[in-house]
Ligand binder design. Sequence first.
Ligand code: PRX
Length: 651
Amino acid sequence: MSNNIESHLVEDRVFKPSKEFSKQARISSMAEYRRIWKESVANPGKFWAGEASELAWQTKWKKPLEWKAPDAKWFVGGKLNVSESCLDRHATGARRNKAAIIFEGEPGDKRVLTYAQLHREVCKFANVLTAQGVKSKDRVIIYMPMIPEAAIAMLACARLGAVHSVIFGGFSAESILDRLDDCGAKHVITADGGWRRGKVVPLKDNVDQALKKNKTVESVIVYKRTGQKVAMKKGRDHWWHELEEGVSGKHKAKAFDSEHPLFILYTSGSTGKPKGILHTSGGYLTGAYTTCKYVFDMRDDDVYWCTADVGWITGHTYIVYGPLAMGVTQVMYEGAPNFPDFGRFWQMVEEYGVSIFYTAPTAIRAFIKAGDQFPEKYDLSSLRLLGSVGEPINPEAWMWYHNKIGGGRCPIVDTWWQTETGAIMITPLPGATPLKPGTATLPFFGVDAAILDETGRECKANEGGRLVIRQPWPSMTRTIYRDKARFKKTYWSDYDGMYTAGDGARRDKQGNFWIVGRLDDVLNVSGHRLGTAEVESALVGHKAVAEAAVVGRPDDLKGQAVVAFVTLKGGIEGSPELLGELRNHVGTVIGAIAKPDDIHFAPALPKTRSGKIMRRLLKELVGTGNVTGNTTTLEDFGVLANLKKSIGRKK
Ligand code: PRX
């Protein structure tokens, strides 16, 4: 398997949507796509207002857009309650008894929630939160397993105008603490634990540890999922089921301003501190809904399954808000794809008749490695559309997904977007776009994407440059929570009035976008963003470490692996024990996904004369075993020679 961009450059296989697929699709030809796209970028306010009007508003907006870069206001003067579009309108209408969530826990427990039941659960929990003192704009941390209650908690917050911030269950106590402190949350919603590969993830214990050092949190609500004993602090901690006793399942949704904050989601940037990406209500929901409608072409009889975790943006937009706003039936799964074996997903596709399946290239590569015998055991004929997200999909993985999972008949939508963009931005439309393995193809409606060089000139075909978005779109992040200056600097300072994504890309002659990867010090490990600075600061926090530099190395399964170079404090010797200790230390400080794959002890790190670590050289060294790039600013050449020895490859 090669996960290498070179293979992109020679890719010339083209897969056109079948006539049958196109015939029933909302957008069925390239001519139609081009026409709507042109109109939508010529007048984004008009296009998005048309889509937004399909959602439930209590007060219609006066103006679709007010824009003064980088500040966007969408659907100005409009008022809505996001949860009404996702629940009330289905629960009180024709979809009342339609399955909203078909849940399967890792141990095999099953549960179906209809739209009416989900609505009732959200209303009940909104009443619980109100009784706990949760108010509009309060920040609420949600640290849950992948169970329906995670979605219920998010929607209940939305119903009250409270701002949820979901933390992925794989993050550590210290990561929880950082986020709690950054957003000043008063409330935490968690569970005793969740199931992952047959083991319990101790969610409540992690929250307890984080709270030892936190001063803002007043209440913790704990859902009983795994049943192991957990400590409950009197006055602060409450069982979800106890709080719900006798509580009404009715709740009237109050309307909030279209620009009312909906959630904060933390993501890695190029400094050590994660960024609290803030999304607001009307615009975000419009982006989520519209992309579900056109990109997944969701229908009332579809069974949709997105395998992401609600702890990431994909789970927010394509498990909770988008699919529910569409009123689709979806599958939700708690655990690991390989539990009890690599057939789990395919067994579930067969059992529930999944028709739309959305996953990440890293999962696909793991399936390829596990072998074809797993998908071959199951009937996957219910599938009609496949999706990919999180990182560039290498053409080999694309072909396997297409043939082995999609039976050669399902279009694959390779969707490029980010936590910051809120919704899919570059993507094929499945009934129209000719697909080439490895490219996310063309911009979605209303998205004016381009590739620019450093001077701001638009790159020619096949010339690499920086990916930018030249016009506002409704689901764009409005700010980094409590850090407007960082927001401006990170996304809006490269070119006047344009959003810089931080990705390198090129367009081919047909205009398809090929995303190469991050241009900043952010790694993409198994489709998850990880700042090298975060891992470095975790390592330097260990008592034995003097200095650390972290870079990515191409990896067949994870996309990128984490490689750390570490210098130790005087008198301390590197040893296999210390190596293990450092890996675990990073796991404790950030979470298991950040554990370095390789740690090299080094007597010194390559630096410029002004003392900056030259990560570029380290990256080249771990990628190719050699350094050919410019080394003229290197202070001490001996350092590089030593490192080459320490990684076991010589020139
Ligand atoms: O580098 C791009 C990559 O993932 C980054 C965004 O990460 P995150 O905010 O965690 O969101 C992931 C899920 C939307 C992007 O800057 N990326 C995401 N999707 C693709 C991709 N790279 C190439 N192709 C994609 N389809």
